[in-house]
Design a protein around this ligand. Structure first.
Ligand SMILES: NC(=O)c1ccc[n+]([C@@H]2O[C@H](COP(=O)([O-])OP(=O)(O)OC[C@H]3O[C@@H](n4cnc5c(N)ncnc54)[C@H](O)[C@@H]3O)[C@@H](O)[C@H]2O)c1
Length: 253
């Protein structure tokens, strides 16, 4: 799909990877609406390119319906959804204070996995009503999984489980929505220089960078955005989770 002039939703665009994706798609001529639970962050990103910003908790049906509806009112129904919203809540199954709180586990699944499905279903409903483009394509949904889907580390039980769910959702969602001309893909980043990582002490960041076989550095959020661009433009890519990790395979801890 050609990106210019398309209406696009970027969830989690108030920071990190989502902000880079929103900026990149706007630079390619898309009409971008930034959705984030952090409205100030969403506004700061959208202001850079004159886009829209709406408060949205992706785990809530009504909040997502409301935000997608507001974006639709101004930009028209979106053909592109990129979901980069996510949370990381570390904790071992059996920690110092006993078993991991079920509420912590549930919240991570609710935001990362159920939130991704919530946006997918709502955006797909809008896309299915649009006129088909070349090859009968109507829209594309890209989720942000993680290499933790495959190599979840000690203390990442909730996060890794949620990201594995997102990876597992990709093929069945693509098959399910194929008859509507809607593609579904996921990006599985390794270590990306966003507040999730740059908040760690410098020596920890350096050690993380050294653990990446090649290149020995964290990925830039803009490099994830360039993969998203390619996914949107290449109609043959569908139902796949693409790692972007410099050959990193995470050790147990
Ligand atoms: N940074 C990395 O190394 C890395 C690696 C692999 C995967 N990821 C994934 O990439 C995505 C983006 O990560 P990032 O590093 O840019 O993180 P980030 O913390 O910089 O950005 C995440 C954004 O999601 C928003 N958000 C959180 N909960 C939300 C909710 N319920 N509804 C709407 N928005 C919500 C936050 O407000 C924030 O703006 C996440 O899903 C993360 O798990 C990141």
């Amino acid at each position: 799909m050609q990106i210019s002039d398309q209406s696009a939703l970027v969830a989690g665009g108030g920071s990190g990877i989502g902000a880079a994706v929103a900026r990149h798609l706007a630079g390619l001529g898309a009409k971008v609406a930034v959705l984030d639970v952090n409205l100030d962050g969403a506004r700061a990103t959208a202001q850079e390119f004159g886009g829209l910003a709406f408060e949205c908790d992706i785990a809530s049906a009504s909040s997502a319906e409301n935000a997608i509806g507001k974006a639709r009112d101004t930009h028209g129904p979106a053909r592109i959804l990129v979901n980069c919203a996510g949370i990381l809540s570390p904790g071992r199954i059996l920690g110092k204070d006993g078993p991991l709180s079920l509420d912590i586990f549930r919240r991570v699944i609710e935001v990362n996995l159920i939130g991704a499905f919530n946006l997918l279903r709502l955006a797909a409903a809008d896309m299915a009503k649009l006129a088909p483009l070349a090859d009968g394509e109507r829209g594309i949904v890209i989720n942000t999984s993680s290499i933790a889907a495959y190599e979840g580390q000690i203390g990442q039980i909730a996060y890794a489980t949620s990201k594995a769910g997102m990876a597992g959702m990709t093929l069945p969602a693509a098959r399910d929505l194929a008859r509507h001309g809607i593609r579904v893909l996921s990006v599985a980043p390794g270590l990306v220089a966003t507040p999730m990582i740059t908040g760690l002490p410098q020596d920890v960041q350096d050690a993380l960078a050294q653990s990446i076989p090649f290149p020995h550095r964290l990925a830039e959020p803009a490099e994830v955005a360039r993969l998203v661009q390619h996914m949107i433009e290449n109609v043959m890519l569908n139902g796949e989770v693409v790692r972007l990790d410099g050959a990193l395979r995470m050790p147990p801890k």
